[in-house]
Ligand binder design. Structure first.
Ligand SMILES: [Fe+2]
Ligand SMILES: [Fe+2]
Length: 246
């Protein structure tokens, strides 16, 4: 990779900044280092310049990537106007954003939670509970999304198109009630994880993987709230009203 632009004078990162210091200050940037195959955990003491040289990455480009990822994090997630979408558009949006994010993120969270519990469980017995909780949550959410994508969302699209109003001869309210109960269960599991981790807050001695896990869980919780809001408060009531009107 070759540099095509000058380094930004505004950058928060210098060639001498260590990878560990960057992730300690901004745990969510761990994801970018994973993509770049830069070891931020055991290799946390290496400087950005050394890490880039080792991976054959251009330093200026890597700093620009860190700056833009940091700016995106500071700006927060951009949200669509879900209420202005058709039901088919909203179902598509949920699948391509929230569901796609969860399918990529849940295995990463499970892997990190297991690693943290194995390495540091001796000093905090709650870490085994965190790993169990993350695994249970991942299993439930993956199965839940499959039901929405295979059964409920296709039905919602058909109801909107005027070609169906029932689910296997029954009321669409039944699968919707089941999805809402599963949202409640996922919310409860997430609230337990928040309690077990003191609000996803790291301790001073927590390693970078532990910090990345907590940042990932906080992001998961925020995404879950926006995801469930779109389904419980917009998609499901509108699908029910359309089915009732037919
Ligand atoms: Fe969903
Ligand atoms: Fe859902």
């Amino acid at each position: 990779m070759s540099s095509t632009f000058a380094p930004s004078t505004q950058s928060a990162f210098t060639p001498e900044t260590t990878i560990g210091a960057i992730v300690a200050a901004r745990p969510a940037l761990a994801r970018l280092f994973e993509k770049l195959d830069i070891d931020y955990c055991c290799g946390g003491r290496q400087t950005l310049a050394a890490a880039c040289a080792r991976r054959g990455l251009d330093l200026v480009t890597t700093i620009a990537l860190l700056d833009s990822a940091g700016a995106a994090l500071a700006a927060g997630p951009t949200e669509v106007d879900a209420a202005a979408m058709s039901l088919a558009q909203l179902a598509d949006h949920i699948e391509t954003t929230h569901h796609a994010y969860l399918k990529a993120e849940l295995p990463r969270l499970v892997e990190m939670a297991d690693r943290v519990a194995t390495k540091h469980g001796w000093r905090d017995a709650r870490l085994a509970g965190v790993a169990d909780g993350v695994r249970a949550l991942a299993g439930e959410m993956l199965s839940h999304m499959q039901k929405e994508e295979i059964v409920l969302f296709p039905l919602v699209r058909q109801i909107e198109a005027g070609v169906a109003v029932t689910h296997c001869g029954g009321d669409i309210a039944n699968p919707i009630r089941q999805m809402e109960a599963e949202h409640e269960a996922a919310g409860s599991l997430t609230a337990e994880l928040r309690l077990l981790t003191d609000g996803f807050t790291p301790d001073a001695e927590d390693c970078n993987t532990h910090r990345a896990l907590l940042a990932g869980l906080a992001e998961f919780e925020s995404d879950l709230h926006r995801h469930v809001h779109k389904e419980n408060n917009i998609l499901f009531p509108r699908a029910l009203a359309l089915a009732a009107g037919r």
